[in-house]
Design a protein around this ligand. Structure first.
Ligand code: PEP
Ligand code: MN
Length: 338
């Protein structure tokens, strides 16, 4: 940690900071300039309570030099992590496209969707049984019955499933239904109790970015999961909220290279909830793969205009097939495949 003393800091104030640093088991390196004194704390700076240092007389500001996240940081783990999702690798050379409807509706809808997902070449299927809706009067999802329908439809096609967990009390049910990937939605990115619980299970977790979360807050949320022992975490950027109202959210493509630099864990993109309109999805999906995303989460419905949730942004099966062909071309150019 680096502590910058204010220009008028007295010798006593400098000595007090040096003593405080020693109390935390660190060594102080005092550098006296013409205008101000800078104190470097050497050792395990995580032990230092920054708020207490900042509150000391004569301290102007302090900054950590070691990242507050550790397990998820590339600093400590140089190689890319490849996550094994029931036999499907995510984070390696192959870009994985996860597709399926926004929500589980009926067995027929799920059976048909699973067939289209499989035929398109996707190896993983999405679908929400528990839906986080803005209005309490909107369709809230089929619940446990939906998990059952999803599992049956996906098993018939040999597809691992991705579905959102909103309530920690449902975790055991998710494990009973052998959900292959637990999705933590945007609205729960900082639900720390939920993060701690999924940190204790041995299941891959997709951690969506909160709509107004900074990269650092997102990494810290992932660290909550990792700290419990579950390191199978996949970051999913799904658009952030800005001043722009012409589309549902702004897809933060910049987050891809930044996250790839900061973490060894896979990064995927949800172009559907970013654009909010089906016609925008292919452009955003292509941009994401070109920018280095390890996968995509794309909404597809057998008959989009009949979808119970997010009908406007669902691709049709034909549109998904077309997109898969385009993405294959982009992946090849950057030395990957689909
Ligand atoms: C979803 O993927 O079904 C979903 C609700 O997304 P988000 O949490 O990104 O809004
Ligand atoms: Mn949706």
């Amino acid at each position: 940690m680096i502590i910058v003393m204010s220009p008028g800091a007295t010798e006593q104030q400098i000595d007090a900071v040096v003593r405080k640093i020693a109390e935390y088991g660190c060594e102080a390196n005092v550098s006296r300039g013409v205008e101000r004194t800078i104190i470097g704390a050497i050792g395990d700076e995580r032990a230092i309570n920054q708020e207490l240092i900042d509150a000391m007389a004569g301290v102007e500001q302090s900054m950590h030099i070691v990242k507050p996240y550790k397990i998820v940081a590339r600093e400590w783990h140089k190689e890319n992590t490849v996550i094994d999702i029931s036999g499907v690798p995510l984070g390696g050379k192959t870009v994985q496209i996860i597709s399926g409807p926004c929500s589980v509706e009926t067995q027929v809808q799920m059976d048909t969707a699973a067939r289209f997902v499989k035929e398109s070449g996707c190896r993983l299927m999405r679908g929400g049984a528990f839906k986080p809706r803005t209005s309490p009067y909107s369709f809230q999802g089929k619940g446990v019955e939906g998990l059952e329908m999803f599992r049956r439809a996906a098993d018939a096609q040999g597809l691992p499933i991705v579905t959102e967990l909103m309530d920690v009390r449902m975790l055991d049910t998710f494990l009973e239904w052998n959900v292959d990937v637990i999705q933590i939605g945007t609205r729960n990115m900082q639900n720390f109790d939920l993060l701690k619980e999924v940190g204790k299970v041995n299941k891959p977790v997709i951690l969506k970015r909160g709509m107004s979360a900074t990269i650092s807050e997102w990494l810290m949320a992932a660290e909550y999961i990792a700290a419990g022992g579950n390191h199978n975490i996949i970051f999913c950027e799904r658009g952030i909220r800005t001043f722009e109202t012409a589309y549902r959210n702004v897809l933060d493509v910049t987050a891809i290279p930044v996250l790839k630099k900061e973490t060894h864990l896979p990064v995927i993109i949800d172009p559907s909830h970013a654009g909010g309109k089906a016609w925008m999805v292919p452009a955003l999906a292509r941009a994401a793969v070109a920018a280095g995303a390890d996968g995509l989460l794309v909404e597809m419905h057998p008959t989009p205009c009949e979808a119970w949730c997010d009908a406007d942004q669902a691709l049709s099966p034909d549109e998904l097939n077309q997109l898969m062909t385009e993405l294959g071309g982009i992946a090849r150019v950057i030395g990957r495949d689909i």
